[in-house]
Each structure stands twice: as structure tokens, then as C-alpha cells.
Design a protein around this ligand. Structure first.
Ligand code: SIN
Length: 503
């Protein structure tokens, strides 16, 4: 794994001249450019073709990313300060789960300094790379996967004999633009190809050769990029937990020893399928098997029998569908319903579940929650008025001291109006969480909103202020003024940036 910063390697004067001469390129002041790390793993985007007009005959994972990045300079340097980690240079199918673990750690490492990470991979298993990172990266900053359907060039270097109509350069440029925009902060990992933005959990490769191969069945894209304009118009439900510690998944791979990740496999069902594959996997020590069933998850009788025997041996099953969309519900002893996760995604969640718990009920809960994040705003009805101008719901006032831990207490007051523990906090409360490990939000993110620090601000909402005493009131006043000044400066800089780069 090598790390380079091609922009920093260029003589500064040369770069400045290049940026000034590049048509249609506006330059942000260096201190305003977000820092984006590209972690390159290979794939068709780094592919060397037999000829400039050859789209299907090429060697994937050939050109180093630093050479490819040089081909999209100075344009990319106008909006991002980019460095490169060459993690590998191979077809996507060649990576092992152990290397996936290392990739997660490399992404987390890069995000300590960078505002966003772009990972380039082959498109064949890009959706698996993406979902793996979505499930494991312990950082709220944007992670963007990209690649290409056509090889980059046909020459000895990435700068010679560019393939006609190659999509790699544009995909790389736009992926960095998306990461640098900060607009997918707290989205987890997203995939961007062909100017379309997809959620890692939902996206799949839908065509063997077309440039618009990636699709998100049922849900559609999160957004798109028109020229320099990033449009994000939907979000994965996971974003609701942005300000909570629950945003982070339990799958912190820094806690898992190298080489200790268990094997999980997929078995495809079809008319009169045999059960031997399940039996063989079980004998080989596989700990979890995803069935890609027919319709809503059905499997034939021979695999059904083999599954019962495997469950008796301690193998966990996740039931999914080969249809490509729709929900599989139910489950049972030894069997977890995979919901609407595609088999290849369910297999990764099953693998991580087996790595992090011995309790199948815990794994079942993970599939139902972080495996299937969904919107439920119903608890807000108890704390937010449905109509404008109404007074906010009163805070519950305890009339008795809290009982000692372990003691049982009869409730003497009306139940509080707020939602049960673990649900959305009432408006105006500052939820726990915030930036882990002293991270900073990237340029363009709005950490104060994301941190949930906004109060209701309505008349009477500051009744509690005098009770805090003069020193605390003073500190709060100074903080409010700092926020006001900071917010104004931030809005001014955003406006200046938009004016400069509106095109
Ligand atoms: C691969 O997945 O490595 C080859 C196919 C591609 O990148 O499009």
C-alpha cells in the first residue's frame, strides 16, 4: 500500500498556471479546498485496453491511480486537495474478506485527516465492497465508491492513447466532487457511477456492459451530479441516527484479529435443487449460509433437509430471495429473515454477525435494524405539534427523587410525554453522541445541526435560564455570539464559494 499526493508533488507555480489556464475551471483558495483521499484497488477503471476502441478486451487493474489522477488535473485540484493510497491493483473479484478488513482500516485511517474518501474498485463486486464499508467504517465522513465500465487507456501509461468515450476519468472527477461536497455526511458509504448516486445497501450491478449498469430497484437513486452541481434528494434512513452513537455499527473491525473472520456462503435455489452444496459447506466449516430462495425465499425439499441438518450442527441461515427485490420475512429456528437485502449483501451482514456475536437472536435483531434501516416518525407525534404555532410539549417534571438503582418504585406522576428510551429525543434536547474521537466535520457539513443542538426557540422556551446562574448564563451568551458570528462567516464563505463555482 503506497500513499502519494500528486498535487503536492507538482511544482506550485506550474499548478497555479495550469489552474488559471484550464477552461471553465474556478479555483478555491487552498485552505478552502476539502481534502479527499482516493484509495485505489484496481478494476476496469485502471484497465489497459487492446486498442482505443476496445471496450471489452482489456487488463483490469493496470495503471496506478497517481497516473490516472494526473490526467484529471488541474480540474480536480480546483475543488479538492487529493492524495492517493494505492491499496492494490486487481480485479474486484480477487479480493479476500481479510483484505476487506484491511480496506476498512485503511479508509478509517485516511478519514482521520481527510474530509472524505473515494474508493475505486472493479464494478463486478463494487456493491459488496460498498456495503462492507457501509457496515464497518466507524466514521461519519463521506465514503464514495466509484469505478468504470470502460478501460482507461490503451497506452503504456494512463496518459497515452485514452480509450474513446472512457467513463473512468469523469467518474473519478465526479466521485471526488461528491466526497468533497460533504453532502453525504452521515449517509455511510455511497456509490457514484455515471453521475448517479446510490446507497451502498440498496445498489446492485444490473447489466454486464452498459455504463449505467448500477441500479437501485424499488427505491431509486439518492441523487445525481449535473456538471459541477451535486443534487442529493433522498437519504438512507441511517441518516436519522446521525447525532446518536447508534449511528455507528457494532462492527468495529479494529477489535477483530486478522484472520479471524468466519466463512459465510450463498446457496442458490431453483427447480429441484440438490442439498449437497449446503452439506459440503457445513462439512467445510462454514458458519453461515444465505439461501437465495425463489419468490419470498422458498427453497426446494432437498436443500430444506440439508438446512435442517446444518442448523443442528450450529450453522446459521439467512433467507433471502433470488428475485432481486422485495422482502423476505419470517425466519425460525436457526433461520434469520434477510428482509430486502440482496443475497450478496445478506452474506456480508451474516459474516459480520457471526464475527461479533454467538447469539443468533442478537444477529436477528441486527438484520431487522441496521440491516433494514427504515423510517418511523410516529414517536414525534407525542412531542411535536402537528400544526404551526402551537406551544411545544412540556418537559416532564419529576416530583420525586429517582429511586436507588435496583429499587422498584410505583409511578406517582403521569407518564412523561416523551418517547420511550432509545427513541428520538424531544425537540430541544441535545442528544448524546457527536463527533467521535475529536473528528471534525468536513467543509460543507453542518455539524451544529447534525449534532442536534438546535432548541425550539419559541416564546417561553428560555424559562429555565435564570436557574442556571450568572456564570453559566454568561458562558451561554458568549457561545451564542460565537455561533452567530461563525454562522454568518460560514454563510458568507458558502455564498462566495457558490458564486465562484456556480458553473
Ligand atoms: C472488475 O470488477 O474488476 C472488472 C469489471 C469492472 O471493473 O467493471
Amino acid at each position: 500500500m503506497t500513499r502519494t499526493n500528486s498535487r503536492r508533488a507538482l511544482p506550485a507555480a506550474l499548478l497555479a498556471v495550469g489552474l488559471a489556464l484550464a477552461p471553465g475551471t474556478a479555483t478555491a483558495a487552498p485552505e478552502d479546498r476539502p481534502h479527499v483521499t482516493i484509495i485505489a484497488t484496481g478494476g476496469t477503471i485502471a484497465g489497459k485496453a487492446e486498442g482505443r476502441d476496445t471496450y471489452t478486451s482489456y487488463r483490469a487493474g493496470t495503471y496506478p491511480m497517481s497516473d490516472m489522477l494526473a490526467q484529471i488535473q488541474p480540474e480536480v485540484g480546483a475543488f479538492a486537495d487529493v492524495d492517493v493510497v494505492q491499496f492494490g491493483n486487481a480485479g474486484s473479484g480477487g479480493y479476500t474478506i481479510e483484505q476487506y478488513r484491511e480496506l476498512t482500516l485503511a479508509v478509517e485511517d485516511a478519514l482521520e485527516e481527510s474530509d472524505a474518501v473515494v474508493v475505486t474498485t472493479g464494478t463486478d463486486t463494487m456493491e459488496e465492497f460498498a456495503y462492507w464499508l457501509d457496515l464497518t467504517v466507524q466514521n461519519r465522513k463521506p465514503v464514495v465508491l466509484t469505478g468504470a465500465m470502460r478501460p482507461w487507456a490503451a497506452g503504456e501509461t494512463a496518459g497515452e492513447a485514452g480509450v474513446l468515450g472512457a467513463d473512468g476519468p469523469a467518474n473519478l472527477l465526479q466521485a471526488v466532487r461528491l466526497g468533497a461536497s460533504g453532502q453525504t455526511y452521515c449517509f455511510g458509504t455511497v456509490l457514484m457511477l455515471n453521475d448517479e448516486i446510490h446507497a451502498a445497501r440498496d445498489v446492485t450491478k444490473g447489466n454486464t456492459t452498459r455504463n449505467d449498469t448500477f441500479i437501485t430497484r424499488q427505491l431509486g437513486v439518492l441523487g445525481w451530479i449535473d456538471g459541477a452541481d451535486v443534487h442529493v434528494q433522498r437519504a438512507p434512513a441511517r441518516v436519522l441516527d446521525c447525532a446518536q452513537e447508534e449511528w455507528f455499527t457494532p462492527f468495529d473491525l479494529s477489535e477483530v484479529a486478522a484472520g479471524s473472520l468466519p466463512r459465510t456462503e450463498i446457496v442458490y435455489n431453483y427447480q429441484q435443487a440438490g442439498g449437497e452444496a449446503i452439506t459440503a459447506f457445513t462439512e467445510a466449516g462454514v458458519t453461515g449460509i444465505v439461501t437465495a430462495g425463489t419468490g419470498a425465499g422458498g427453497i426446494s425439499s432437498a436443500p430444506g433437509q440439508a438446512r435442517r441438518a446444518a442448523i443442528a450442527e450450529g450453522v446459521w441461515f439467512a433467507s433471502s430471495s433470488r428475485t432481486g427485490s422485495g422482502t423476505v420475512s419470517g425466519g425460525g429456528t436457526g433461520i434469520i429473515a434477510a428482509g430486502d437485502l440482496l443475497p450478496q449483501k445478506a452474506r456480508l451482514l451474516l459474516l459480520l454477525s457471526r464475527a461479533f456475536t454467538q447469539d443468533i437472536e442478537q444477529a436477528r435483531e441486527w438484520f431487522a435494524t441496521l440491516g433494514t434501516p427504515s423510517f418511523d416518525q410516529s414517536a414525534l407525534a407525542a412531542v411535536l405539534s402537528p400544526t404551526p404555532g402551537a406551544a411545544p410539549a412540556p418537559e416532564p417534571t419529576p416530583t420525586e427523587p429517582a429511586p436507588e438503582p435496583g429499587a422498584t418504585a410505583e409511578p406517582t406522576t403521569a407518564p412523561p410525554a416523551g418517547p420511550p428510551a432509545g427513541e428520538e429525543p424531544p425537540a430541544g434536547e441535545v442528544p448524546g453522541g457527536g463527533e467521535p474521537g475529536g473528528e471534525e466535520a468536513p467543509d460543507g457539513a453542518e455539524p451544529t445541526e447534525a449534532g442536534g443542538a438546535g432548541g425550539t426557540g419559541g416564546p417561553g422556551s428560555a424559562d429555565w435560564l435564570p436557574a442556571l446562574g450568572a456564570p453559566v448564563q454568561g458562558a451561554l451568551t458568549v457561545a451564542a455570539l460565537a455561533l452567530l458570528v461563525g454562522g454568518t462567516l460560514y454563510a458568507y464563505r458558502r455564498r462566495a464559494f457558490t458564486v465562484a463555482f456556480g458553473e
